[in-house]
Design a protein around this ligand. Structure first.
Ligand SMILES: [Zn+2]
Length: 253
């Protein structure tokens, strides 16, 4: 039980950092300065006002200085990330796959925040993510079975997405996939073998369908952020990989 609480806290603390980092990068502010502050009155937050979830609960969701309501989104992000960390750990236990899962969850948080808000996927997220992912793969499987294979699968995914983009651009007569989506595909391919990569695209696209319908009905924008659904597909495929592979085996035999 203690270990689950620890993992939950770890997830919510990292999510809190990720939220601040992405929000500031989008606003092109420095990451270290200025210190975290209330966006209404400018009151600088002390350490005890920055504890994920706990501070929010104690202050009843308001700024200690001006009593302005604090957005609920950071609270939600911290709780969801904590829960996803616990789910990942419950499935993979003390293995490198758990750490890989944590990295995927953090990338997912970043992509959700930046792609839905600004229609971009931050390069720094992808670069730091890739370094961590390849480091974990190396520690887990070594150079040939790990890095080499992952890189080949990554290139496969990358090339496949470029082909889809070229076809999509021609069919819809506009940009179908963004550059961020294609870079993301390389990252996904590095984690998943090609069969699971294809499954993750199917899962992601299926999740995107209701959102695409909603957008086409309300016509608020004709741009669809696809990145969040790609990473969602990646995470779901990653944690369910053993079940998916069993199912694929049943289909073939
Ligand atoms: Zn305030």
């Amino acid at each position: 039980m203690i270990q689950y609480i620890f993992i939950f806290v770890l997830g919510s603390v990292l999510a809190s950092f990720m939220h601040v980092y992405v929000t500031r990068l989008l606003a092109e502010q420095s990451i270290v300065k200025p210190r975290s502050h209330c966006t209404t009155c400018g009151h600088t937050l002390s350490w005890y006002e920055l504890i994920p979830i706990v501070s929010y609960a104690i202050q009843k969701g308001r700024c200690r200085n001006c009593k302005a309501k604090i957005g609920i989104d950071s609270l939600l992000i911290e709780i969801i990330t904590g829960l996803l960390f616990v789910v990942t750990f419950a499935i993979f236990g003390y293995t490198f796959k758990t750490l890989l899962g944590f990295v995927i969850v953090l990338i997912m948080i970043s992509v959700f925040l930046s792609d839905f808000k600004e229609m971009i996927i931050l390069d720094s997220t992808l670069i730091v993510g890739m370094i961590l992912i390849y480091l974990l793969i190396y520690l887990d499987l070594g150079l040939w079975k790990g890095i080499y294979k992952s890189f080949l699968y990554g290139v496969f995914a990358f090339v496949l997405m470029i082909v889809v983009k070229v076809l999509g651009d021609a069919a819809f007569k506009r940009d179908s996939l963004g550059g961020g989506d294609i870079k993301l595909a390389f990252l996904m391919g590095s984690i998943l073998p090609y069969n699971l990569f294809l499954i993750s695209i199917v899962i992601g696209s299926t999740c995107a369908l209701p959102y695409a319908l909603y957008i086409s009905i309300t016509k608020k924008t004709n741009e669809l952020a696809f990145g969040p659904f790609l990473v969602l597909g990646l995470y779901l495929t990653f944690i369910l990989q053993n079940h998916i592979l069993e199912f694929l085996n049943l289909l073939i035999n």
